[in-house]
Design a protein around this ligand. Structure first.
Ligand code: GLC
Length: 494
């Protein structure tokens, strides 16, 4: 079977199954994204405004500070992402700089619901999962109006009489109207930036740089309903997707408070799992320069099984490997993202964190590693990945889902477009004696004694309308598709 056939066969089937999935809860970071499209002209204007010369800019891009104290730091981060075509998010350290940026950057093209939790909630509800329960630290009208209108998307909230209700966020009217924009600076592949004698950059890939000032999410403030009644939430859902640790702001909180916050989330997970022992908890990583957070997450992870599953991209895999003590592998990957080391890294993560499931959504190829006790049917798992790739492609092409799937699959060249990354992975697996496999290039399956490996060539979109949130789309739809197919599989087996 060709890859285009595999893709073709899975979409309608999974679409139907998703509407039979009981529920998914998503926490914790939800926010408003202000999307600004940058190009070399607007970047040069900004460089002039903040007064950077080409040599200083060049040196500061190399240093890669990772936080924004002053407006010039924003320009440095943006230029670094432009030069390398990489994604990054830096936290703004004070409201003065935040306000300066809001007033001096180009006008946003659009405002969209952001944050892993927000993005995933809208997508899963759009796909018809029966109940999607979302968390949001702030509930201003600007934010809640960005949730889709469907009834299956709800937020748990106490009404005036103190009764827990599940209501679409748009219907809430709260007094506290605080909200903060996350500034999403989108940059385009092949744009060129020339500045002074030192700088001649060509952006290698569509990508984005995010600058965030968001005190409620910096503290990872948790909603009352999630804290007091997590049991009532857990019993309604099959999966609980968690993210937002990357926003914990160390300067503001200090190490002790960060640890307390992580522990309070862990105790929520414990309570949720006690109430619903079959619940699958998925941690979606987000890149952070703060190694302390990753290390704490790791230390806690090995004490018990809190997350069954983790999802991440290339950058986050490197950060995770560092945190779990695989420094050499992390450094090698940092220099050259070779698929051999990528696969070894993914398996190491599963082993060290005792995961049931690990999903790497890299550009051009997704890899899913499944503990054999958890894995049920290899086609089922792989097809969930194809579904996720289609959902992300629709979103990249149109900004929405459920819009363009026919268009994608009807492209005659689709089957020939097997990505370079997938071919590289296939070449390595096929030649290696460490894996049991047959026809990996055409089916994406391999095994070790303990793990099942599923991989797919993902669809590459040449001109995405924007890139923010694509990783969240992939992870959440792959997981939801898997849970839905799993539910049907286990039911049929009875
Ligand atoms: C981060 C950002 C948020 C963005 C999201 C996309 O959480 O803070 O603004 O929407 O990433 O993945």
């Amino acid at each position: 079977m060709s890859w285009s056939q595999i893709y073709n066969d899975c979409y309608q089937e999974i679409l139907k199954e998703l509407t039979r999935l009981d529920g998914i809860a998503v926490g914790f970071n939800t926010n408003v994204d202000a999307i600004i499209e940058f190009n070399s002209t607007t970047i040069l204007e900004l460089i002039g405004k903040v007064g950077l010369n080409s040599l200083t800019l060049f040196e500061r891009v190399l240093k890669w500070k990772g936080v924004i104290d002053k407006p010039a730091d924003f320009v440095v981060g943006l230029c670094g992402c432009f030069e390398k075509g990489k994604a990054s998010e830096w936290l703004i350290q004070n409201d003065e700089t935040y306000l300066y940026l809001l007033n001096n950057l180009p006008v946003p093209n659009s405002f969209r619901l952001g944050g892993q939790a927000g993005i995933m909630a809208n997508i899963l509800a759009e796909f018809g999962v029966q109940q999607v329960i979302v968390h949001s630290a702030t509930l201003s009208d600007q934010l809640t109006n960005l949730f889709i209108k469907k009834k299956n998307l709800v937020i748990p909230y106490y009404d005036k009489k103190g009764k827990l209700i599940f209501i679409n966020p748009r219907k809430l009217k709260v007094e506290d109207q605080r909200f903060y924009y996350h500034i999403i600076a989108e940059i385009k592949k092949n744009d060129t930036l020339h500045f002074g004698d030192t700088i001649k950059w060509k952006c290698p890939r569509d990508n984005r740089f995010i600058a965030t000032y968001d005190p409620p999410n910096f503290e990872m403030q948790l909603m009352d309903a999630f804290q007091k009644d997590i049991e009532l939430i857990a019993e309604r859902v099959n999966g609980f997707i968690i993210s937002g640790f990357h926003m914990l702001e160390q300067k503001m909180l200090g190490k002790t408070a960060i640890n307390e916050k992580i522990n309070s989330v862990i105790s929520l997970i414990e309570r949720a799992k006690k109430q619903n022992p079959t619940l699958i908890v998925h941690l979606e990583l987000s890149s952070t320069k703060n190694e302390f957070i990753m290390e704490q997450l790791y230390k806690i992870s090995i004490k018990g099984q809190y997350w069954d599953s983790i999802g991440c991209n290339e950058r986050e895999l490197i950060e995770l490997l560092k945190a779990i003590g695989e420094k050499k592998l992390a450094n090698d990957l940092n220099k050259d993202f070779q698929q051999e080391n990528v696969l070894l890294g993914c398996i190491k993560v599963c082993e060290k964190l005792n995961l049931k499931r690990f999903h790497l959504h890299q550009f051009g190829c997704y890899i899913l590693i499944l503990n054999k006790e958890y894995a049920i049917d290899r086609e089922l798992h792989r097809n969930s990945l194809c579904f996720a790739s289609l959902a992300a492609t629709e979103k990249a092409l149109t900004g929405e889902i459920l819009q363009a799937y026919n268009l994608i699959l009807e492209q005659p060249s689709f089957s020939e477009k097997i990505s370079k990354t997938f071919r590289e992975l296939a070449k390595y697996i096929t030649a290696s004696e460490s894996y049991i496999k047959a026809n990996f290039l055409s089916n994406g399956f391999a095994e070790t004694p303990d793990y099942l490996i599923c991989a797919i060539p993902s669809i590459i979109v040449d001109k995405p309308v924007f890139t923010v949130g694509l990783g969240d789309t992939i992870s959440s739809t792959a997981l939801a598709a898997e849970l839905a197919l799993r539910k049907r599989y286990l039911k049929n087996k009875k």
